[in-house]
Design a protein around this ligand. Structure first.
Ligand code: F6R
Length: 247
Protein backbone atom coordinates (compact mmCIF):
# COMPACT_ATOMS: atom_id res chain seq x y z
CA UNK A 1 0.00 0.00 0.00
CA UNK A 2 1.32 3.47 -0.79
CA UNK A 3 0.53 6.67 1.04
CA UNK A 4 1.36 10.32 0.67
CA UNK A 5 4.30 11.38 2.75
CA UNK A 6 3.57 14.44 4.80
CA UNK A 7 5.16 17.46 3.14
CA UNK A 8 6.18 20.34 5.37
CA UNK A 9 7.29 23.36 3.35
CA UNK A 10 8.88 26.21 5.28
CA UNK A 11 10.43 29.42 3.96
CA UNK A 12 14.12 28.74 4.47
CA UNK A 13 16.73 26.06 5.10
CA UNK A 14 17.12 27.51 8.61
CA UNK A 15 13.44 26.90 9.28
CA UNK A 16 13.82 23.28 8.12
CA UNK A 17 16.68 22.83 10.57
CA UNK A 18 14.72 24.43 13.41
CA UNK A 19 11.69 22.22 12.90
CA UNK A 20 13.61 18.97 12.44
CA UNK A 21 15.90 19.65 15.41
CA UNK A 22 12.89 20.48 17.61
CA UNK A 23 11.19 17.26 16.57
CA UNK A 24 14.29 15.17 17.31
CA UNK A 25 14.88 16.98 20.60
CA UNK A 26 11.30 16.30 21.69
CA UNK A 27 11.76 12.60 20.89
CA UNK A 28 15.03 12.46 22.87
CA UNK A 29 13.40 14.24 25.80
CA UNK A 30 10.50 11.81 25.91
CA UNK A 31 12.83 8.81 25.43
CA UNK A 32 16.46 9.51 26.39
CA UNK A 33 17.40 6.02 25.12
CA UNK A 34 16.19 6.83 21.63
CA UNK A 35 17.77 5.02 18.66
CA UNK A 36 18.39 7.61 15.98
CA UNK A 37 19.39 7.01 12.35
CA UNK A 38 21.68 9.74 11.05
CA UNK A 39 22.74 11.05 7.65
CA UNK A 40 25.77 12.95 6.40
CA UNK A 41 26.04 15.42 3.50
CA UNK A 42 25.05 19.10 3.49
CA UNK A 43 21.36 18.62 4.22
CA UNK A 44 21.48 17.76 7.95
CA UNK A 45 24.36 20.07 8.93
CA UNK A 46 22.16 22.96 10.06
CA UNK A 47 19.93 20.53 11.98
CA UNK A 48 23.00 19.19 13.79
CA UNK A 49 24.02 22.77 14.62
CA UNK A 50 20.57 23.37 16.16
CA UNK A 51 20.86 20.15 18.18
CA UNK A 52 24.26 21.26 19.48
CA UNK A 53 22.70 24.59 20.44
CA UNK A 54 19.87 22.80 22.26
CA UNK A 55 22.47 20.74 24.12
CA UNK A 56 24.26 23.92 25.20
CA UNK A 57 21.27 26.13 25.91
CA UNK A 58 18.64 23.68 27.12
CA UNK A 59 20.81 20.78 28.36
CA UNK A 60 19.46 18.40 25.74
CA UNK A 61 20.96 15.12 26.93
CA UNK A 62 22.57 12.76 24.41
CA UNK A 63 24.21 10.51 26.99
CA UNK A 64 21.89 7.54 26.55
CA UNK A 65 21.27 7.92 22.83
CA UNK A 66 22.26 5.26 20.30
CA UNK A 67 22.91 6.26 16.69
CA UNK A 68 23.35 4.44 13.40
CA UNK A 69 24.61 6.25 10.32
CA UNK A 70 23.34 5.39 6.89
CA UNK A 71 26.55 4.90 5.02
CA UNK A 72 30.31 5.18 4.61
CA UNK A 73 32.77 5.23 1.73
CA UNK A 74 34.79 2.06 1.28
CA UNK A 75 38.52 2.59 1.64
CA UNK A 76 38.51 5.73 3.78
CA UNK A 77 39.94 5.51 7.29
CA UNK A 78 37.68 6.78 10.06
CA UNK A 79 39.93 9.84 10.53
CA UNK A 80 40.04 10.68 6.80
CA UNK A 81 38.63 14.23 6.44
CA UNK A 82 35.96 13.02 3.99
CA UNK A 83 34.95 9.87 5.84
CA UNK A 84 31.43 9.96 7.21
CA UNK A 85 32.72 8.96 10.67
CA UNK A 86 34.94 12.04 10.63
CA UNK A 87 32.01 14.16 9.41
CA UNK A 88 29.83 12.99 12.28
CA UNK A 89 32.55 13.71 14.85
CA UNK A 90 33.03 17.22 13.45
CA UNK A 91 29.39 18.10 12.87
CA UNK A 92 27.77 16.58 15.96
CA UNK A 93 29.43 13.98 18.17
CA UNK A 94 32.39 16.13 19.34
CA UNK A 95 30.01 18.84 20.53
CA UNK A 96 27.45 16.92 22.60
CA UNK A 97 27.59 14.48 25.52
CA UNK A 98 27.06 11.37 23.41
CA UNK A 99 28.79 8.13 24.39
CA UNK A 100 30.89 7.32 21.30
CA UNK A 101 30.53 3.61 22.07
CA UNK A 102 26.85 4.01 21.19
CA UNK A 103 27.52 5.68 17.82
CA UNK A 104 27.67 3.42 14.79
CA UNK A 105 28.97 4.28 11.34
CA UNK A 106 29.77 1.49 8.85
CA UNK A 107 33.51 0.78 8.81
CA UNK A 108 34.89 1.69 5.38
CA UNK A 109 38.06 -0.21 6.10
CA UNK A 110 36.56 -3.44 7.37
CA UNK A 111 38.33 -6.51 6.01
CA UNK A 112 35.25 -8.68 5.62
CA UNK A 113 32.41 -6.57 4.21
CA UNK A 114 29.83 -9.39 4.17
CA UNK A 115 30.43 -10.05 7.86
CA UNK A 116 30.47 -6.36 8.72
CA UNK A 117 27.16 -5.55 7.02
CA UNK A 118 25.48 -8.54 8.67
CA UNK A 119 26.79 -7.34 12.04
CA UNK A 120 25.54 -3.80 11.32
CA UNK A 121 22.04 -5.11 10.68
CA UNK A 122 22.22 -7.22 13.87
CA UNK A 123 23.39 -4.24 15.90
CA UNK A 124 20.36 -2.23 14.73
CA UNK A 125 18.05 -5.10 15.67
CA UNK A 126 19.75 -5.60 19.05
CA UNK A 127 19.31 -1.89 19.80
CA UNK A 128 15.59 -2.37 19.25
CA UNK A 129 15.39 -0.87 15.75
CA UNK A 130 15.63 2.74 14.64
CA UNK A 131 12.97 5.07 16.05
CA UNK A 132 13.66 8.07 13.81
CA UNK A 133 15.70 7.92 10.62
CA UNK A 134 17.01 11.17 9.18
CA UNK A 135 17.59 11.21 5.41
CA UNK A 136 18.80 13.55 2.69
CA UNK A 137 18.02 12.96 -0.97
CA UNK A 138 20.30 12.94 -4.00
CA UNK A 139 19.31 14.92 -7.07
CA UNK A 140 18.80 11.52 -8.76
CA UNK A 141 16.43 10.48 -5.97
CA UNK A 142 18.91 8.32 -4.09
CA UNK A 143 18.54 7.80 -0.35
CA UNK A 144 21.65 6.86 1.60
CA UNK A 145 23.77 5.33 -1.21
CA UNK A 146 20.81 3.43 -2.63
CA UNK A 147 21.11 4.60 -6.22
CA UNK A 148 18.31 4.30 -8.82
CA UNK A 149 17.59 0.62 -9.40
CA UNK A 150 18.07 -0.37 -5.74
CA UNK A 151 15.49 -2.90 -4.60
CA UNK A 152 12.80 -1.96 -2.09
CA UNK A 153 13.87 -4.88 0.10
CA UNK A 154 17.63 -4.22 -0.13
CA UNK A 155 19.64 -4.52 3.07
CA UNK A 156 22.94 -3.06 4.29
CA UNK A 157 25.50 -3.92 1.63
CA UNK A 158 28.35 -2.81 -0.60
CA UNK A 159 27.29 -0.63 -3.56
CA UNK A 160 28.88 1.21 -6.48
CA UNK A 161 28.21 4.93 -6.76
CA UNK A 162 26.80 6.41 -9.98
CA UNK A 163 28.77 8.97 -11.98
CA UNK A 164 26.20 11.60 -10.95
CA UNK A 165 26.75 10.93 -7.24
CA UNK A 166 30.54 10.83 -7.67
CA UNK A 167 30.41 14.20 -9.42
CA UNK A 168 28.03 15.68 -6.81
CA UNK A 169 30.21 14.50 -3.92
CA UNK A 170 33.47 15.59 -5.58
CA UNK A 171 32.79 19.07 -4.13
CA UNK A 172 34.08 17.72 -0.82
CA UNK A 173 37.28 16.22 -2.32
CA UNK A 174 40.35 17.76 -4.01
CA UNK A 175 39.35 16.16 -7.32
CA UNK A 176 36.70 13.85 -8.73
CA UNK A 177 39.35 11.11 -8.96
CA UNK A 178 39.65 11.12 -5.19
CA UNK A 179 35.99 10.20 -4.63
CA UNK A 180 35.68 6.53 -3.67
CA UNK A 181 33.70 4.48 -6.19
CA UNK A 182 32.13 2.13 -3.67
CA UNK A 183 30.42 2.47 -0.33
CA UNK A 184 28.58 0.56 2.38
CA UNK A 185 24.98 1.66 2.72
CA UNK A 186 21.94 0.69 4.73
CA UNK A 187 19.44 -0.81 2.32
CA UNK A 188 16.04 0.59 1.48
CA UNK A 189 14.48 -2.32 3.36
CA UNK A 190 16.63 -1.45 6.38
CA UNK A 191 15.59 2.22 6.24
CA UNK A 192 11.92 1.31 5.84
CA UNK A 193 12.00 -0.54 9.17
CA UNK A 194 12.52 2.72 11.08
CA UNK A 195 9.40 3.74 13.01
CA UNK A 196 9.53 7.25 11.61
CA UNK A 197 11.43 8.77 8.67
CA UNK A 198 12.33 12.44 8.26
CA UNK A 199 13.74 13.51 4.90
CA UNK A 200 15.40 16.93 4.58
CA UNK A 201 15.80 18.73 1.26
CA UNK A 202 16.79 22.33 0.67
CA UNK A 203 17.66 24.31 -2.43
CA UNK A 204 16.26 24.25 -5.95
CA UNK A 205 18.64 21.46 -7.05
CA UNK A 206 16.43 19.12 -4.99
CA UNK A 207 13.03 20.25 -6.32
CA UNK A 208 12.87 17.71 -9.17
CA UNK A 209 13.91 14.85 -6.92
CA UNK A 210 11.27 15.82 -4.35
CA UNK A 211 8.68 16.05 -7.14
CA UNK A 212 9.62 12.59 -8.45
CA UNK A 213 9.66 11.13 -4.93
CA UNK A 214 6.27 12.54 -3.93
CA UNK A 215 4.36 12.64 -7.19
CA UNK A 216 6.04 10.27 -9.65
CA UNK A 217 5.61 6.50 -9.86
CA UNK A 218 6.61 4.46 -6.79
CA UNK A 219 9.61 2.80 -8.37
CA UNK A 220 13.25 1.86 -7.73
CA UNK A 221 14.02 4.34 -10.54
CA UNK A 222 13.56 6.99 -7.84
CA UNK A 223 14.56 5.27 -4.58
CA UNK A 224 13.01 8.03 -2.44
CA UNK A 225 9.60 7.30 -4.02
CA UNK A 226 9.70 3.91 -2.26
CA UNK A 227 9.34 5.81 1.03
CA UNK A 228 5.67 6.22 0.08
CA UNK A 229 5.25 2.58 1.17
CA UNK A 230 6.10 3.71 4.73
CA UNK A 231 3.29 5.01 6.93
CA UNK A 232 5.21 7.67 8.87
CA UNK A 233 7.44 9.72 6.62
CA UNK A 234 7.71 13.51 6.53
CA UNK A 235 9.56 15.49 3.89
CA UNK A 236 10.81 18.77 5.39
CA UNK A 237 11.71 21.10 2.54
CA UNK A 238 12.33 24.79 2.05
CA UNK A 239 10.38 26.70 -0.57
CA UNK A 240 13.05 26.32 -3.23
CA UNK A 241 13.06 22.51 -2.89
CA UNK A 242 9.29 22.16 -2.91
CA UNK A 243 7.89 20.26 -5.93
CA UNK A 244 7.19 22.57 -8.84
CA UNK A 245 4.55 20.43 -10.53
CA UNK A 246 1.04 19.22 -9.80
CA UNK A 247 0.10 15.68 -8.86
C1 F6R B 1 24.39 10.87 3.28
C2 F6R B 1 23.60 10.17 2.29
C3 F6R B 1 23.22 10.78 0.98
C4 F6R B 1 22.87 12.25 1.06
C5 F6R B 1 22.49 12.78 -0.32
C6 F6R B 1 22.25 14.28 -0.30
O1 F6R B 1 24.61 10.04 4.42
O2 F6R B 1 23.27 9.08 2.54
O3 F6R B 1 22.14 10.06 0.45
O4 F6R B 1 21.80 12.43 1.95
O5 F6R B 1 23.49 12.50 -1.25
O6 F6R B 1 23.45 14.91 -0.04
P1 F6R B 1 23.49 16.45 0.33
O7 F6R B 1 22.76 16.60 1.61
O8 F6R B 1 24.96 16.76 0.49
O9 F6R B 1 22.86 17.18 -0.79
Amino acid sequence: MTSSPRLTVVPSAGDVADQVARRIAAAITSNPKLVLGLATGSSPVATYQRLIQLHRDEALDFSQLTTFNLDEYIGLASDHPQSFRHFMQQQLFDHVNIDLANTHVPDGQCLDIEKHVAEYESAIATAGGIAIQLLGIGSNGHIAFNEPGSAADSRTRQVSLTGQTIRANSRFFDSVDDVPRTAITMGIGTIMEADQIILIATGDVKADAIGDAMLGPVSPDCPASLLRMHNDVTFFVDESASPKRDA
